[in-house]
Ligand binder design. Structure first.
Ligand code: NDP
Length: 326
């Protein structure tokens, strides 16, 4: 038996509780990992509160990512003692997840921890930070460089936003951080934002085209915010869309695409191919300042996850929460 946050189906919705889980109930996989750290992402908040149907198998162990040490492996790439990180692939949704002392997964899902990155650092970054890096890399692949103009980051005080701000600033970009919490302006400037704007500026209905303000953007908010980002993007710029904190809709027009050649780049971390994962983790070890990572992170225990899940959905979490498991 080991400790885990278990989600069960109830008459109405789901229940979540920290309890004992039987190792015999672990799902198929060729690698068993002793989980040292997990973290709290927006999707974890949805799962532990039952606010959205992200869990599609019961019983479920919640948690969408982990870092830890391989305990047993029949996969040729992995042996006991290897330090690994794993995000997405349906963990916490269709495959038993990471808020547990043990996880059994496919060896093909794992990435070796970069040299010098501890399991705690990896989960301070977590799915949110990994997604931020995928977005940065998508903007780079589009051809954006610091000389092209500012990059806007929405939901900047959240997990994706904080890591995106820190990485972009380290890479020399002029970052415009958009937040609903202007009280966090100093925090965002500390991460390297040059300008901090109130998210209210971007949350109203979008015009088809508006004054060009940035060469690119990373959006974790969706809805009218993403529509405004697109309509304010410079000629041939690009916006990487990865989130829906304000909604799933996109009330926009084709104007930015056909009149300004703007590109909308979709970012998915869950089924991201393994080569791209390895590249993103390697970039995170070189392009994210350790001191800034420490600044955005605070630690909780497994027993505090369910309460923290409600807070992240209410937009009350700043930066990243790392969850100590072992
Ligand atoms: P956080 O809750 O840490 O960050 C989201 C931030 O969005 C908040 O901190 C807040 O920032 C802002 N926000 C919250 N509610 C609203 C609102 N109603 N209107 C405008 N802004 C709002 O979550 P994460 O960083 O973990 O995730 C961010 C988003 O990215 C989520 O939607 C998540 O589902 C998605 N995501 C997608 C992934 C993918 O693979 N595509 C992977 C990881 C996350 P502030 O206070 O600064 O305004």
């Amino acid at each position: 038996m080991f400790k885990a946050i278990r989600i069960d189906k109830a008459e109405k919705g789901t229940t979540a509780a920290l309890t004992q889980f039987d190792e015999a109930e672990l799902m198929e996989g060729d690698v068993t990992v002793a989980v040292e750290y997990s973290d709290l992402n927006y999707k974890d908040g949805l799962a532990v509160t039952g606010k959205a149907p992200v869990v599609r198998r019961f019983p479920m162990i919640a948690g969408i990512d982990f870092a830890g040490t391989v305990e047993q492996s029949s996969h040729p790439a992995w042996k006991a003692g290897d330090k690994v990180v794993c995000t997405g692939w349906g963990m916490g949704e269709t495959h038993l997840g990471s808020y547990a002392e043990k996880a059994r997964v496919k060896g093909d899902w794992l990435v070796r921890l970069p040299e010098g990155m501890s399991p705690r650092d990896a989960m301070a970054i977590g799915t949110a930070g990994f997604t931020a890096m995928l977005a940065v890399m998508a903007l780079e692949k589009h051809g954006l460089t610091p000389g092209d103009g500012p990059i806007v980051v929405t939901g900047a005080a959240g997990g994706v936003g904080s890591v995106a701000t820190a990485v972009l600033s380290k890479l020399g970009h002029h970052v415009i951080a958009s937040t609903g919490r202007m009280s966090e302006a100093d925090y965002l400037k500390g991460l390297g934002a040059v300008e901090v704007i109130d998210r209210a500026e971007l949350s109203g209905p979008a015009k088809p085209l508006a004054k060009e303000r940035w060469a690119g953007g990373i959006d974790s908010v969706g809805s009218t915010t993403l529509a405004n980002l697109l309509s304010m993007t410079k000629y041939r710029g690009a916006i990487a869309a990865c989130g829906l904190a304000a909604g799933m809709d996109l009330p926009s027009s084709v104007a930015p695409f056909i009149l300004r050649g703007v590109c909308l780049l979709g970012i998915d971390s869950v089924m991201c191919p393994i080569e791209l994962r390895r590249a993103a983790w390697s970039r995170l070890s070189s392009d994210l300042d350790h001191g800034k990572l420490a600044e955005i992170t605070h630690e909780i225990g497994l027993g505090e996850v369910i309460a923290a899940g409600a807070k992240i959905l209410a937009g009350q979490v700043r930066g990243r929460i790392v969850v100590k498991i072992l």
